[in-house]
Every structure is written in structure tokens, then in C-alpha cells.
Design a protein around this ligand. Structure first.
Ligand code: ADP
Length: 256
């Protein structure tokens, strides 16, 4: 008989992972772990492997070397899929004639939930609850293509949240948002993280504000340059020598 032991185990555990596209290694010997409630800012220059790491975490790619487990079970296990919410950077397919309603788009976030197929009313309630959480219940029956960029972004955030994921992965989520919506969006993430202990990985280029939102920094440049709390990063003479004091200051300026 299998006994599930409740422990404060890692929700993400990456050990010695490398990845190569056509024999060109783009991630090398990556090891890190996350615990429930961690809010990790994933940063690094263009081409440093951030998206590849996200694809590995989502199970879209398999590592060339090393092991990866999510929620204590091996990489790519189907039952994990609805425990991860993913918000991609760009929503490519939208045009004003796209024929889906907001409710339909948000329901897509429940598709991985195969054991819920028969629970249509439960799914509808989850969609309604999530639209309400984001303050867009009035858009429910609108066609997605008829909405503004900021409204569409909220719909996709709703799709990422509708399955009540334990881990949210967000790829440059705020680029299309106006300042007010952006602030609300990060406020919502903060509440999910603090009140519901949803763990978050936020991919961003915004070095100047990553420390305002995230509690940990993962700086990637093919390898892990730094992983840890912001105060460790900010106090590290080694990081000052790697980044130069002014870049370190940009990352740290809200963490004095
Ligand atoms: P980032 O998200 O940090 O910009 P990526 O993970 O997209 O970095 O890319 C890391 C490296 O892998 C880059 O050199 C990029 O050109 C290369 N790369 C990304 N996707 C592919 C692909 N599908 N085929 C070949 N090379 C790729």
C-alpha cells in the first residue's frame, strides 16, 4: 500500500539538468528547488535559456541530462498538469473575428482536468468564480476578439487560474498591460502568493522591479548565475563582482 506522507517537500526539484537543441547545449547543469509559497523571479539576458527552462518545467521538452520533478513526482506526469497554471508571453491567434467567448477561453484551463469531464456544473462555477476574482464577469459572453488588449490579458490570466493551480508560471506577463491594470495584476499575484500560498515563477526582463514582486531571484545565463533570496544577492560581494555594483544596485534598489 502506498502511503502519502505530508511533508514540506519541494514542489519543483531540478537536478543536474542540461538541454541541447540539435546538439547545441543551451542549458547546462541546472539544479534548483522551490518550496510551496516561493515567488521566483526568473531573469537573464536574451537567449539565456529562460523559455527553454519553462518548457522543461511544463513538460513540453525532456531534459538531455539530469532529472526534473514537480510536486514530488517525475517530470511529465499527466496528473500534474492541472496543478500548474501557465500564462504565455504572447497571445498569437487572436483576431477580431475569433469565434470564442470569454467563458469558453477560460474553460480551456480546465481541459487537462480529465477526471472532471462529467462535472460540467462544477467547471462552470470555477469559470464564474475566476471571472469574478478578476473583475471581468461582465465580459463572460463577449467574443474574445472584441476586447481590448488589457481585457484579453485578464481573460488569459483567468484561464491560467481557473484550475486553482498550486504553481503559476508567467512569461513576461505585464508587457501588454497599461500601468493601472499592471498594478492590479501584480496585486492579484501578491494576494494569491500570500493568502493562498500559490507558488509563482515570473519570467521578466524588468530587472528594476523584479525584486519588488518576487522573493527569490533565479539569474540564468545558460547556467545558474545566482539562485537565492534577494538579500543574499544584494549582500553578495561575489555578485557585485559578477554584475558590477550598478547592475546589482538596479536589482536591489527596493531591497535596502
Ligand atoms: P530566453 O528565453 O532566455 O531568451 P531561450 O530559451 O528562448 O532563451 O533560448 C536559449 C537558446 O536556445 C538561444 O540561443 C536560442 O536561439 C536557442 N533556441 C531556442 N529555441 C530553439 C529551437 N526551437 N531550436 C533551436 N534553438 C533554439
Amino acid at each position: 500500500m502506498r502511503i502519502d506522507v505530508i511533508s514540506i517537500s519541494d514542489i519543483v526539484s531540478v537536478s543536474g539538468v542540461s538541454y541541447a537543441y540539435n546538439a547545441v547545449e543551451v542549458l547546462s547543469d541546472i539544479s534548483f528547488s522551490m518550496q510551496q509559497g516561493d515567488y521566483v523571479g526568473l531573469v537573464g539576458p536574451n537567449g539565456s535559456g529562460k523559455s527553454t527552462l519553462i518548457r522543461l518545467l511544463l513538460g513540453l521538452l525532456a531534459p538531455s541530462k539530469g532529472t526534473l520533478s514537480i510536486f514530488g513526482s517525475p517530470h511529465r506526469e499527466l496528473r500534474n498538469w492541472n496543478r500548474i497554471g501557465y500564462l504565455p508571453q504572447k497571445i498569437h491567434f487572436l483576431n477580431p473575428h475569433f469565434p470564442s467567448t470569454v467563458a469558453e477561453i477560460v474553460s480551456l484551463g480546465l481541459v487537462a482536468n480529465s477526471d472532471r469531464k462529467s462535472r460540467a456544473s462544477e467547471n462552470r462555477q470555477a469559470v464564474d468564480r475566476t471571472l469574478e476574482l478578476l473583475g471581468i464577469e461582465d465580459l463572460k459572453k463577449k467574443l474574445i476578439g472584441s476586447l481590448s488588449g488589457g481585457q484579453q490579458q485578464r481573460v488569459f490570466i483567468a484561464r491560467a487560474l481557473v484550475s486553482s493551480p498550486e504553481l503559476l508560471i508567467l512569461d513576461e506577463p505585464a508587457t501588454a498591460l497599461d500601468p493601472g491594470t499592471r498594478e492590479n495584476f501584480f496585486g492579484l499575484l501578491h494576494d494569491l502568493n500570500h493568502q493562498q500560498r500559490v507558488s509563482i515563477i515570473l519570467v521578466t526582463h524588468d530587472l528594476g522591479s523584479v525584486g519588488v514582486f518576487a522573493s527569490k531571484l533565479l539569474y540564468l545565463d545558460k547556467k545558474i548565475v545566482f539562485y537565492g533570496n534577494f538579500d543574499e544577492f544584494c549582500k553578495s560581494d561575489h555578485m557585485a563582482s559578477v554584475f558590477g555594483p550598478s547592475s546589482q544596485h538596479i536589482i536591489c534598489h527596493k531591497h535596502d
